[in-house]
Design a protein around this ligand. Structure first.
Ligand SMILES: CCCCCCCCCCCC(=O)SCCNC(=O)CCNC(=O)[C@H](O)C(C)(C)COP(=O)(O)OP(=O)(O)OC[C@H]1O[C@@H](n2cnc3c(N)ncnc32)[C@H](O)[C@@H]1OP(=O)(O)O
Length: 230
């Protein structure tokens, strides 16, 4: 194959991957709309039954070809940090708010709005959801510092309830590195009042030894490399 033919082929593959990722995000948007409407609806009982039937029909073709536990999604690129079904940030996840995170120097900054599907106390977020958002924020900050690891401890302090349907601002940063152990802290605030802390967290993350990474993730990474090569 000539260089230009090869280039066109690679370009076509990239286009296909980009189209697939866009379709996954589109499906994720539709699912999140469904989840939010399902949590908020006061539609008549018969409408709920009809909707359940239609949703089962729509789900069936998606279940015809599925990946196993150790197969990475074909549209993901784990080594490049592309995780479309991450339950906190994934554009394709029905469960994710989704939380959008970027870095400004050493500070990781997140933004999301939680819908009624995330309700714990009436009109406020479930405490476990706040912990989940902060685990992701701290994990991102730890990864961004160049010392990625897994959470071994997460302490959350709930100072004030987190309002639903309100833009939120989350921040996180690494505060200490001791051998394999990295400590990070983070907060959740309302975007309009970023100085008022609603929830704060401190997390300890431990970098995996090569043998641990192979044992825990080797199969998934190996299969992903194989499918990329093929
Ligand atoms: C841009 C990028 C985006 C990247 C964005 C990515 C975001 C992802 C965010 C989500 C992150 C997750 O939820 S991760 C999923 C939840 N976490 C897990 O499932 C982890 C489960 N835990 C484990 O599998 C294990 O603990 C390991 C493999 C992590 C470590 O095992 P180990 O190697 O045996 O660890 P061990 O020797 O006991 O401990 C290592 C060191 O850590 C300390 N240590 C251990 N546990 C604790 C603890 N609870 N609190 C304090 N310190 C502890 C020990 O004292 C020791 O210190 P010293 O003696 O060395 O001083």
């Amino acid at each position: 194959m000539s260089d230009s033919e090869n280039g066109r082929r690679l370009h076509a593959v990239d286009d296909g991957l980009l189209r697939r990722r866009a379709a996954i995000s589109d499906l994720g948007d539709a699912l999140r709309l469904l989840v939010e409407h399902a949590a908020a609806t006061e539609a008549p009982t018969e409408e709920l039954r009809r909707a359940a039937e239609r949703i089962r029909q729509a789900a069936a073709p998606l279940g015809e070809r599925v990946r196993g536990r150790h197969d990475s999604p074909t549209a993901d690129d784990m080594l490049a940090g592309v995780r479309l079904y991450n339950p906190v940030t994934g554009a394709g996840s029905a469960l994710a708010p989704p939380l959008e995170i970027h870095s400004d120097g050493d500070l990781s900054i997140g933004a999301c709005t939680l819908g009624l599907a995330f309700e714990g106390p009436p009109s406020f977020a479930h405490g476990g959801v706040s912990a989940m958002l902060l685990d992701q924020m701290l994990g991102y900050a730890v990864g961004h510092s160049g010392n990625p690891g897994m959470t071994v401890r997460l302490d959350t302090g709930y100072r004030k309830p987190v309002p639903l349907l309100t833009p939120l601002r989350l921040t996180a940063q690494v505060t200490g590195i001791e051998g394999r152990r990295v400590t990070a802290t983070g907060i959740i605030a309302v975007a309009a009042e970023p100085g008022e802390i609603l929830v704060e967290a401190t997390g300890v993350f431990v970098a995996l030894r090569a043998e641990q990474a192979r044992r825990l993730f080797g199969q998934a990474i190996g299969r992903m490399r194989q499918s990329r090569a093929g």
